[in-house]
Each structure stands twice: as C-alpha cells, then as structure tokens.
Design a protein around this ligand. Structure first.
Ligand code: PGA
Length: 255
C-alpha cells in the first residue's frame, strides 16, 4: 500500500558539475529501474537545474527534491527560494525542518508547518523531518518530543493523497555520526509517529503516509530498518554522495 522511498540529501556538497556527474552516475547504476521504490535526490539549490536536465534527458528513474524552501511566493527575502521556483525547475519533493536547519538556522515547528503548506499549494511533496537530541533521548523523553514536533508540523495541513506528504524521523545523535539507531529504536518512534498521524488525519490517510528513517543509514543497515512495519524508507545523507552506495540502498529497498 505504501511504496518504499529512498531519498538522498546531498546537503551542502557537490558543485554544479559534480552534481551533474553524480546524477549521471546514478542513472547508470539504476539503469534497470527502481521497481515500486520511489527514489528522490535532493541536491543544493544551485545544482537543481543541472540535475533536472539529467533526469529529463535520460528519463531517469528518480525524482528531484529541494533541501529547503521559504513560504512566501516572491519578494524581498534575500537568499531564499520560493516554492514556485522549485516547481519551475521540476522539483517534486522538498525536505523541510531538517535538524541542521533547526539548529544552525533557527527553524521552528511553526516555520516547518508554513513551509509544508506552501509546498502543498504548489503540488510539491514535503519531506518533513523530526527527531530528538541525545539529551532528550537520555532523559527518556524522545517519544513525547517527536510526537509533539509531528503535531505542530502537521497542524492544519490539507492533502487528499497520502503519498503527497512524507515524514523523516532522524534522531540528531545519529546524523553523520556513524552512530545509527537500531531498527527497534526506529520502529519505536515511527510507530508513535504513525499513531499521531492517525489522530491528526484519520486511520486511512495515516496508513498511506510514508515515514522514513534517517541518520547514518547505509547499504549495510537499510534492510533492517525496512523490515520494520512503520519504516517505509530512508533519508540518506553521507551514503547518497556516491552513486554506487545510494543505488545499493535502492536495490535493497526493491528486494
Ligand atoms: P547521514 O545524514 O545519513 O549522513 O547521517 C542523514 C540526514 O541528515 O538526512
């Protein structure tokens, strides 16, 4: 009922030509297609157009996503990217609320919620991130913390097709640290997120929303997460920067 999803978050890596090269490498690695797995790559904003051209010219079996968006349509917001700008270059998805945006750039749940609404209005699928710090986990408050984030981030969102909204659970202590959560850790929170989605959107819609795990996900451990009932894929940072490792994760999700 839920197609699996493997999404690559390139973060602030890859110049324009390096981004094109990585996208071309991925086209080659995924030449046999991705089955029912939805694959998304999220390059830096300045690389989007180049990757979009690779996708179009080679009919690539993956979609394009942004890493961030501002909620206004246009205007005096130096350095920001409007949802219509993402749409115009062919971005079908956009990451919002990544913990790096929250901690380094002060993004709040209210901001994340506004960004989701702006994206949905443009037909772009939000990949909305949540996750707790090590401190919160050690205090045993991780489930309550993430549930609260999800409630705030989803407030008043409207979409008919549950495939139009994606959540990524990314424990902050596992991001880029090599200290990945166990599959059971991921299921504990993703199950709680699913239960929250049932409260917010009702049983039927909640059953169709994809929940991804992120945080040191790699080819060797992705299968474990995917075997969990409420984990529908992965948001991948470091391991998405090489075509072969990212493709290996896609193939693992196809199995
Ligand atoms: P990582 O990053 O896979 O490098 O831990 C994941 C993310 O932050 O999206």
């Amino acid at each position: 009922m839920r197609n699996r999803m493997i999404a690559g978050n390139w973060k602030m890596n890859k110049t324009f030509s390096e981004g094109v090269e990585l996208a071309l490498g991925l086209v080659e690695e995924l030449a046999d297609g991705t089955g029912s797995v939805d694959v998304v790559v999220c390059p830096p904003a300045i690389d989007l157009k180049g990757v979009a051209e690779v996708i179009e010219q080679s009919s690539a079996p993956f979609a394009l996503g942004g890493q961030n968006v501002y909620w206004e349509e246009s205007g005096a917001y130096t350095g920001e990217t409007a949802p219509g700008m993402l749409e115009a270059v062919g971005a079908a998805y956009c990451i919002i609320g990544h913990s790096e945006r929250r901690s380094y750039f002060g993004e709040t749940d209210e901001d994340v919620n506004k960004k989701a609404k702006a994206l949905l209005a443009h037909g772009i699928v939000p990949i909305s991130c949540c996750g707790e710090s090590l401190e919160i986990r050690q205090a045993g408050e991780h489930v309550a913390f993430v549930v609260d984030q999800v409630r705030k981030d989803t407030e008043g969102l409207e979409f008919d097709d549950p495939a139009r909204y994606v959540i990524a659970y990314e424990p902050i202590w596992a991001i880029g640290t090599g200290m990945n959560a166990t599959a059971d850790d991921a299921q504990e929170i993703c199950g709680a997120i699913r239960a929250t989605l049932v409260e917010v959107f009702g049983e039927e819609k909640a059953a169709g929303i994809r929940i991804l795990y992120g945080g040191s996900a790699k080819p060797e451990n992705v299968g474990g997460y995917l075997s969990m009932p409420d984990v529908d894929g992965a948001l991948v940072g470091g391991a998405s920067l090489k075509a072969d490792s990212f493709a290996a994760m896609v193939k693992s999700a196809m199995a």
